[in-house]
Design a protein around this ligand. Sequence first.
Ligand code: AMP
Ligand code: MG
Length: 328
Amino acid sequence: MARKNGKDGNGAKDDKAEETRSQAPWSDHPPSFAGWARAAIAGSGTAPSLSPHLHLIPPPAAPGIVTVGPGQAFSLAAINPDATGGLDKAEAKAALDAQRARIRSLQEKLYAEHRRSLLVVFQAIDTGGKDGTIRNVLEGVNPQGCRVWSFKVPSPEELDQDFLWRYHRRTPGRGLIGVFNRSHYEDVLVVRVKGLVPEETWRERYGLINEFERLLTLSGCVILKFFLHISKDEQKERLEARLADPEKHWKFDPADLVERKSWDAYQTAFDDALTRCSTPYAPWHVVPANRKWARNVMVARTIADTLEAMDPRFPEPRKGLEGITVPD
Ligand code: AMP
Ligand code: MG
């Protein structure tokens, strides 16, 4: 079944990390996992060395998040969507601020280094909190170094291409953080639930997605995939809140009520996608997401830890600038 963070048999390093974390699970300065990323930038050439990326062991996600172990059958039914990872609501604001500050400073280095990129994928059922998480977690990030893409029903132009085309053209270039609000996973989720393509077509896609993500990883793009897990009751409350507040009416989509009838079919599709597409290089992180304040901190911390593990660095100071004076 699912593995809990830091207890996945990644070796002594992880055990040590878990030990440190359990003493101070929300410390602002978690242990460094830079070892795996350092190999990728060793040699300091101008182009990233490619092969080491495939051997990266992503750092554990924040406490409270359940990372799906590659090759293991996974079921969302086993995950409590109310979990908070031991975080207190009273501490949440300060904890989020601290994680955002880490993301901001690491993003600056990632951008300056201009060698690797980070792709953050969000999937969830309707009202699951994708928009709110992106808004809260990325607040304060330099917009120049970040691209957010929301994927809706494909256009005729997109439908004329292979299913990955529209996603591949939006993957982040070197130095950038890319965010996918919905993603290539829709093509094994809504497409499956609504029967938009034959079963043999969507079944083939799990392997294609894994290969796509392997290609990105090999090319220096680290992939973080978050599944925001809410309960059916929580979805009801969120839909009712949208109906009750005129300022939230714009968020209410009657189609969400139709989709809600397929709740169980979606859970099955999620379970299969999370099971089949958790790889060592791009595992799924399941975030208990009923409590928005806890969800935000868990996601922010995982992004910050991952960036820290990538260990981005400002380029070496240039030589020969000492004698230069700027003319009046
Ligand atoms: P929203 O994100 O709530 O604004 O809605 C976007 C809608 O687009 C959702 O109903 C998704 O299920 C739908 N959608 C996203 N990607 C696909 C896809 N590849 N095929 C069909 N529908 C999609
Ligand atoms: Mg919607």
